[in-house]
Design a binder for this molecule. Structure first.
Ligand code: GTP
Ligand code: MG
Length: 539
């Protein structure tokens, strides 16, 4: 669909020009740096912030949280929107560390396609593989950027082979790197047959590509240098004979990933990559719901909450529900329904986000990521809609594997409770209270690094000092029947409740969970909290 066509309705035109994608990879491959440079390139920000904080104190737009800036890692996913070549691009930068993967997985279901970043020195790493599998399950087309060619890198043929073998996807090089580190000469555009020369000092300033259509020309050899030239020609012969040729249809079907090479830090190779994103990445697609597929150009507004974040802006101190719009047109002040609750609500405060910065909006279309500020009304996974009730597919939750006892070190009980409640609402952790012994709350998280995030955020956002110490449990199970009488439990096991007073057993090991299940087959244990049944009628 050509967004410029006069035949289209406003909705069709707006949907056709939207591109919503998530950036994924193993930690430190350069997602945030790439994000920052893409924004810079698109003219969205004037000065790209350094991921590792420098004295200048400018930070990457998407790493806005205090702990992210302190550690130079991404902890929470961030949405950024910008205009480019008539397209509205929505980019979601995700954390690579496995302890934060629940957040990353949720961000993925809000995207229509994926950018996968690979560190050229390491190839495909653990987290890349896991996130790739999730992207594949959701049938998201994937573009690959192999980063850090300004540093020593693996041979590009080896990197392609790694992609194909480890991930089981065809890898089609769109351009080809010549050398790496000190001997990095640039990238060669395979289809257009031109060379983008790397100049260390240029820092990505625009240089016209050099025409290399006559590859045998001695001038080309002289430009590259004898040895790298010979190696480059050899590699080209190999991929020409045995490589996967680029095919847009295969990319959209998720069977091949087009591969680009470059260096995000030194701004190199970003232009062809951005161009490909604009030209190849798919617009919003139809989404599955419990009442059939919903087309993005369906007139009724639908969307779902994939993320909740408190205190993004210290001046507002509010909680934002991030909504992926799946169909139709959103208008400020419109009356929406939340299918979990069934009650109408007025969307009076709607924002578009740019890292932590926000801008009030009055309309949004399918593909957009919208921030709604309605305290306490939303939970992750909620479907919002006008018209007939429906629910989009479940947002996955991961069972907690690490449990810590949170000890309040000062007397600010009210702020402490409020902080725990809001961070739980974000999905950062689950809070339990054991019914015997000390009344200190137990928090359950997916990854142990989240304990640090809890401590740091309680301090910086709620002004509360806490200490988290290991609580010795490794699994929580809810009781399907809340009234069941429990047998006496062994030493390491505890009975407790969650915030909604639902009964929970905290187990010291997976083995104990299984032992309990064998001993008491009549007692049903749930790995996830039982959710309130969806309301299907609004009356
Ligand atoms: N030499 C070199 N370093 C790079 C390049 N891209 C990123 N880096 C550095 O690699 C480190 C990690 O970069 P980030 O952009 O924070 O990586 P990330 O993938 O966002 O990391 P997480 O969000 O923590 O998973 C930083 O020190 C960057 O400066 C590159 O092209 N070349
Ligand atoms: Mg990052």
């Amino acid at each position: 669909m050509d967004p410029a066509s006069a035949e289209l309705t406003e909705l069709e035109r707006e949907v056709a020009r939207r591109r919503t994608f998530a950036i994924i990879s193993h930690p430190d491959a350069g997602k945030t740096t790439l994000t920052e440079k893409l924004l810079l390139y698109a003219g969205a920000i004037e000065l790209a912030g350094a991921v590792r904080g420098r004295k200048a104190r400018r930070h990457a737009t998407s790493d806005w949280m205090a702990l992210e800036q302190e550690r130079g890692i991404s902890i929470t996913s961030a949405a950024l929107e910008f205009e480019l070549d008539g397209r509205r691009m929505s980019l979601i930068d995700t954390p690579g560390h496995r302890d934060f993967s629940e957040d990353t997985y949720r961000a993925l279901i809000a995207a229509d396609s994926v950018v996968m970043v690979i560190d050229a020195a390491n190839g495909v790493e653990d987290q890349t593989r896991k996130l790739f599998e999730v992207s594949k399950r959701h049938r998201l087309p994937i573009l690959t950027f192999i980063n850090k060619f300004d540093r020593p890198a693996k041979d590009p043929l080896e990197l392609l082979d790694d992609l194909e073998r480890t991930l089981g996807i065809h890898a089609a090089p769109v351009n080809w790197p010549i050398g790496s580190a000190e001997r990095f000469r640039g990238v060669y555009d395979i289809q257009r047959k031109h060379l983008l020369l790397y100049e260390r000092e240029a820092q990505g300033q625009h240089r016209a590509p050099v025409d290399m259509s006559a590859l045998d020309d001695p001038a080309a050899r002289a430009l590259i240098g004898d040895e790298p030239y010979a190696h480059f020609r050899e590699s080209l012969d190999v991929i020409g004979a045995a490589g996967t040729p680029f095919d847009a249809g295969e990319y959209l079907a998720g069977r091949q990933t087009p591969v680009f090479f470059g260096s995000a830090l030194t701004n190199f190779g970003l232009e062809p990559f951005l161009q490909a994103l604009v030209e190849l990445a798919p617009p919003p697609q139809a989404r599955a719901s419990d009442s059939g597929e919903v087309s993005p150009i369906d007139e009724r507004f639908t969307g779902f909450v994939f993320k909740i974040q408190a205190n993004m802006d210290p001046r507002h101190r509010d909680r934002v529900a991030f909504v992926r719009v799946c169909s139709g047109r959103f208008e400020k002040d419109m009356t929406l329904f939340n299918s979990r609750v069934g009650k109408p609500l007025r969307a009076s405060r709607a924002y578009r986000f740019f890292g932590r910065d926000r801008e009030t909006i009055s309309v949004a279309y399918a593909g957009d990521i919208l921030g709604l500020v309605n305290p306490g009304q939303f939970a992750i996974g909620d479907t919002l809609h006008t018209g007939a009730p429906l629910r989009f597919v479940e947002v996955p939750r991961f069972p907690a594997e690490h449990f810590g006892r949170v000890r309040l070190l000062d007397q600010r009980h009210k702020q402490f409770d409020e902080g725990l409640r809001q961070l739980e609402e974000e999905g950062l952790m689950q809070v339990f209270y054991v019914t015997s012994g000390r009344r200190e709350p137990i928090v359950g998280v997916v990854g142990a690094l989240q304990f640090d995030v809890i401590t740091s955020r309680l301090r910086s956002e709620y002004n509360v000092e806490v200490q988290v110490e290991s609580a010795g449990y490794t699994a929580a199970r809810w009781l399907a029947d809340p009234t069941v009488t429990l047998p006496p439990l062994g030493g390491g096991t505890a009975v407790g409740v969650d915030r909604q007073e639902r009964r929970v057993i905290l187990f010291a090991s997976e083995w104990e969970v299984q032992y309990f299940a064998r001993q008491h087959p009549s007692i049903d244990l749930l790995a996830e909290s039982p959710v309130a049944a969806p309301t299907t009628s609004r009356n």
